[in-house]
Design a protein around this ligand. Sequence first.
Ligand code: NAP
Length: 289
Amino acid sequence: MITGTTKLLGVMGYPVEHSLSPVMHNAALTQMNLDFAYLPFPIAPVNLEIAIAGFATMGIVGLSVTIPHKQAIMTLLDHISDLALGVGAVNTVTRQNHQWVGTNTDVEGFISPLQTTYQRDWSDARALIIGNGGAARAVVVGCNQLGIKKIDVVGRNIFKLKEFREGWGNSSFAEHLQVHNWDGLPELLPHANLLVNTTPVGMHPHVDVSPLSNDDIGLVAKDTVAYDLIYTPSPTKFLSDAQTAGIVAIDGLEMLVQQGVAALKIWLERDDIPVDVMRKALRQRLFGK
Ligand code: NAP
């Protein structure tokens, strides 16, 4: 129930209507019986600065930040975590002592299944990341956190790839990272222990396409983990083809859930977040079960 003391959380994006965050976060807040509400805020880029000032005035507790504000908001914050600076994007902000603090929970979301259900010693593994957009940057940082020493990134645009590579400057990730154009795939695929699709190829409604051909999948070793950041459909064609070839497959739903759990921990300053309730609410919304 909304009362005179209800505290406010929300997601800021443009558009934001498609966001699943309100479903997941309100399910958790209700389960925890907290006097909080989590709302969607469609904020056009031109209004970002004024919106941030307004949110501060309203005493909002925290916000999820999504496209197109993940980079633009960085100039408006008082403090940004090293992790978010490393990724180059903020997806979670909180008000602390009348200041805006930004961080990035996508990295924690991405690595979570690789540290739990699919845990192994990743330090001797080699990662192959397909795509070089915003999510790929979080995946690179996540691979680095897992201790992976060799990270290959494949993309379709050599100029953007070079920019992606140069974006890491002299950071500790840089020495582990190599970029390749699409033609490099046949040579790279057999050596990948972790294969991550960070492109939107295969996402609903284009469910019949995959970034990898059947020939490509045939080159992947059977003990590789195939990971698609896409969560609808589940599985994507990429993951379905991988499973048919006997390869372990992870979809993007757990990343979505776990980045949300990490954000709630920050906003509520507690660790007992009902992750099962959040996962169930998302599955119900996405798949009706
Ligand atoms: P983005 O910044 O737009 O990057 C997309 C990347 O995919 C770019 O490198 C782009 O290449 C490449 N790409 C797009 N279409 C392609 C095609 N037809 N063939 C080859 N490459 C193609 O997007 P993003 O924010 O990184 O998001 C990427 C995906 O991750 C989306 O599906 C998103 O839903 C998903 N995601 C999931 C989670 C989660 O919690 N599970 C979190 C974040 C993102 P160019 O650079 O050449 O254009």
